[in-house]
Write a new protein. Structure first.
Length: 154
């Protein structure tokens, strides 16, 4: 399994979130990023479920959809991968280029690339998508916080 850190400038292999920088972000988002970066996609998705439902954060919904796509990667479910990533791209579109410390433009670009990879495979039987798809890492960057995000008040 390959792990990469995605930023506006490109990607590189990365480390875990710096602890001192996570205090600026909502705790559920920090925990989501930690679990997501550890490859615990189902668990990361679960962390944002309650905050999403309680506060109606479409941004959190987009991240939930993005994480759930990688659950489908592990299940070799091409339809699920495409469907979840398409929904994630649509939901996250209003949050470009960045929101709450997440480079959403890069997340959406990665989702588009994965959709294309799966579509290019056509109707071929599953071929261990986990070996063919790069799992991204999410970096929470303070300079990408707008300051007006309602999630900051939660």
């Amino acid at each position: 399994m390959r792990w990469w850190w995605w930023t506006a400038a490109g990607c590189w292999e990365g480390e875990a979130l710096a602890r001192d920088s996570t205090e600026r972000f909502p705790a559920p988002l920090v925990r989501f990023a930690e679990l997501f970066n550890a490859g615990e996609f189902w668990e990361s998705h679960e962390v944002l479920e309650d905050p999403w439902r309680e506060h109606g954060s479409a941004f959190y919904q987009g991240l939930i959809l993005y994480a759930s796509a990688f659950v489908h990667v592990r299940r070799d479910n091409a339809h699920g991968i495409r469907a979840q990533l398409r929904k994630a791209r649509q939901v996250l579109a209003p949050y470009e280029p960045a929101y709450l410390g997440v480079d959403t433009a890069t997340v959406r670009r990665h989702a588009r690339e994965v959709i294309q990879l799966v579509e290019d495979a056509g109707d071929a039987p599953p071929t261990h998508w986990e070996d063919r798809i790069t799992f991204p890492r999410l970096e929470l960057r303070p300079e990408l916080v707008r300051g007006s995000e309602p999630e900051l008040a939660d």
